[in-house]
Design a protein around this ligand. Structure first.
Ligand code: FAD
Ligand SMILES: O=C(O)[C@@H]1CCCC=N1
Length: 388
């Protein structure tokens, strides 16, 4: 007879990846505990905010394939919970027509038969008004892409988990992990045991992994989440079917600037730089680097004539980067019943449902549904330290 401190699985971190992992485990009838250091909901990690881009437009086939199933999982969750989580807007990709980065993403979309619309200089402004296509730039639209309602999606995954009998304990920071056939997890409020543990701690992954003797090459960066005011309210509004966008390369960026139609704050469009300054997740608001904002201002002035080139709102969010920007989805090298989901490198939200499924499979000792070689820890050979 198990007590209320003994679980089949403990998931550490209730961001999007931990919440979907816990939900998948509960669906598989596993007694699951989801631990979160802060009171939920919170804005200190990577999963907060109202919107995220969902897209199949990637350079690599393996992400496109994962997204095929992932769209189905998002739709299943919408149906199961009776909430709307996704709005199709399309994603406009612009970049120097002849550049490798623009051609790679366009070719990958076409090779995978993702519905696309290729725009040229003659028909561009008829389809996408109020955007300047730079001289020499090409444009292609991933028609399947759109906006995910992020805060709502996170809450929905947690509510569905609880409806399946899952337990969430928030304001309970994990302070120690003792590996073994039964893993012992200590928190600010007590000690729990489980047959397996999944670590999905976002920017705090390195801190937590220290307890297991593993060091991964993860870098935390602070992103300035900038909103820009429309000169004429509604110009770039989601209701007018303005798409999300991505600049693949440019005068001073390489896959570095992206945006979403105005939606959460009426009259304000979110446009961000896909990089930031390195830092500590517990000191986030002490970092005040705004060099990305200068770059954004110049791009806004050049490409979006309907926006004022000065941010009206600046919020903060954290990325946890791996050297190759691919995720970590693997067993701990020394303890197979400790599973790690980390390093989502600023593009993991859309994958939440499929990451949850994969981490659940790993924690149950099953063969995962996807080839995980791009996500294995051993790719960091020489950059990984295991004290064990
Ligand atoms: C500005 C911005 C824009 C983005 N845009 C997109 C986008 O358009 N599309 C997309 O797909 N992705 C996007 N992303 C990336 C995506 O949001 C992240 O990849 C994803 O949210 C990562 O989730 P996570 O669960 O790994 O981390 P988190 O959300 O940070 O969750 C980790 C959780 O673990 C908890 N935790 C940590 N340590 C402990 C401990 N010791 N004890 C208990 N709990 C602990 C933390 O408090 C936190 O709640 C964006 C990210 C940012 C910052
Ligand atoms: O993941 C996404 O789609 C966004 C846009 C590109 C850069 C990072 N996040």
């Amino acid at each position: 007879m198990s007590t209320n401190r003994e679980f089949d699985c403990i998931v550490i971190g209730a961001g999007i990846q931990g919440s979907f992992t816990a939900y998948q485990l509960a669906k598989r009838n596993k007694k699951t505990l989801l631990l979160e250091q802060f009171v939920l909901p919170h804005t200190r990690g990577s999963s907060h905010g109202q919107t995220r881009i969902i897209r199949k437009a990637y350079d690599q086939d393996f992400y496109v394939r994962m997204m095929e199933e992932c769209y189905e999982l998002w739709a299943q969750l919408e149906k199961e919970a009776g909430v709307k989580l996704y709005r199709q807007t399309g994603l406009l990709i612009m970049g120097p027509e002849k550049s490798e980065s623009f051609q790679t993403i366009k070719n990958t979309l076409q090779r995978n038969k993702v519905p696309t619309v290729v725009l040229n200089r003659d028909n561009f402004s008829q389809h996408i008004p109020n955007v300047n296509l730079a001289e020499g730039d090409g444009a292609v639209v991933d028609v399947t892409a759109g906006v995910l309602y992020a805060d709502r999606a996170l809450k929905t995954a947690q509510v569905q988990f609880q409806k399946l009998g899952g337990v969430i304990r928030d304001k309970e920071k994990v302070t120690d992990i003792k590996p073994g056939p039964v893993v012992k997890v200590s928190t600010s409020a007590g000690v729990y045991t489980a047959k397996s543990v999944v670590i999905t701690a976002g920017p705090w992954a390195s801190q937590l992994l220290q307890h297991t003797g593993l060091e991964l090459p993860l870098e935390v960066v602070k992103i300035n989440v900038c909103y820009w005011k429309e000169k004429v309210p509604g110009t770039y509004d989601v209701k007018r079917r303005f798409p999300c966008f991505l600049l693949t390369e440019g005068e001073e960026s390489s896959q570095n600037i992206y945006g979403l139609p105005s939606n959460e704050y009426p009259g304000l469009m979110k446009v961000c730089y896909h990089d930031g300054s390195k830092g500590d997740p517990d000191q986030r608001d002490l970092q005040t680097d705004r060099s990305d904002i200068d770059i954004l201002q110049r791009t806004i002035a050049r490409c979006f004539p309907g926006l004022l080139p000065k941010p009206a709102v600046v919020e903060s969010c954290l990325y946890t980067l791996t050297p190759d920007r691919h995720f970590v989805l693997d067993h701990h090298p020394a303890y197979s019943n400790i599973v790690i989901g980390a390093g989502f490198s600023g593009h993991g939200f859309k994958f939440g449902p499929i990451i949850g499924k994969i981490l659940c499979e790993l924690s149950l000792g099953e063969v995962p549904s996807y080839d995980l070689s791009p996500f294995q820890i051993k790719r960091f050979q020489g950059k990984t330290k295991s004290a064990l």
